[in-house]
Design a protein around this ligand. Structure first.
Ligand code: AMP
Length: 221
């Protein structure tokens, strides 16, 4: 069966994770997020998790070989057979080439580019605070009742290692390198550019509007 594969592409802090979740719900498709898969490996303390720890904390990319394995496994799963949303993958041309090798000829690739300026990214990310219990906050956009402490469990909040300003700048450099490489590809059925500097529901509506056009064309075929 032909699948639509949506690649959610945007800088760190563009809200692509949130948008992937909203789109996944609307289309009833699974999300394959390489960042989440890698963080899961770390939490579970696997060999692979230990191997990528320092690389991730610096904001560098882990090896292509390793991520493509994770993606290939998930793409083979039964719930991925009608289409998927890929979040955070591919990150460079090599990963795109790897992806093209493992998908079917009938699969259609759509790039959803969530565009956000670097200054906005820095403001969004460096204000993030997390709690060991899993809760997430932002000092400006989602503040806690007591500054620096979790509303849910009362523990002291932390800054994710890869959310430190110098690391975010490094992640942005990597992102811009990746963006050029990916945009140069002619392997996408369509590139959908979305203004990511709107509210979360507005970004979602813009994405959905474009995706529904694709589905309508397919119905006509
Ligand atoms: P993310 O949650 O997508 O921002 O990813 C967090 C970190 O995981 C990145 O800074 C990388 O270290 C690693 N990572 C996630 N996806 C990839 C990928 N496709 N290729 C290489 N490294 C990745």
């Amino acid at each position: 069966m032909a699948r639509n594969i949506f690649l959610m592409f945007g800088p760190p802090g563009s809200g692509k994770g949130t948008q992937s979740e909203m789109l996944a719900k609307a289309l009833n498709l699974p999300i394959i997020s390489t960042g989440d898969l890698l963080r899961e490996e770390r939490r579970a303390g696997t060999e692979l998790g230990k191997q990528v720890e320092a690389i991730m904390d610096r904001g560098d990319l882990v090896s292509n070989e390793l991520v493509i394995k994770l993606v290939a496994q998930r793409l083979n799963d039964e719930d991925s057979q009608e289409g998927v949303i890929l979040d955070g993958f591919p990150r460079n041309q090599e990963q795109l080439a790897d992806l093209l090798r493992i998908i079917r000829e009938t699969d259609a690739l759509y790039l959803i580019h969530v565009d956000v300026d670097d200054e906005v990214v820095l403001e969004r990310i460096t204000g993030r605070r997390v709690c060991a219990c899993g809760a997430n906050y932002h000092i400006k956009y989602k503040p806690t009742q007591k500054e620096g402490y979790c509303d849910k469990c009362g523990a002291e909040l932390e800054i994710r290692k890869d959310d430190q300003p110098e690391v975010v700048k490094n992640r942005l450099v990597k992102y811009h390198e990746a963006l050029q490489g990916i945009l140069n590809s002619n392997k996408f059925k369509q590139v959908i550019k979305i203004n990511g500097q709107q509210s979360i529901p507005e970004v979602h509506n813009d994405i959905l509007e474009e995706v529904e056009k694709i589905n309508n064309y397919e119905d006509i075929d």
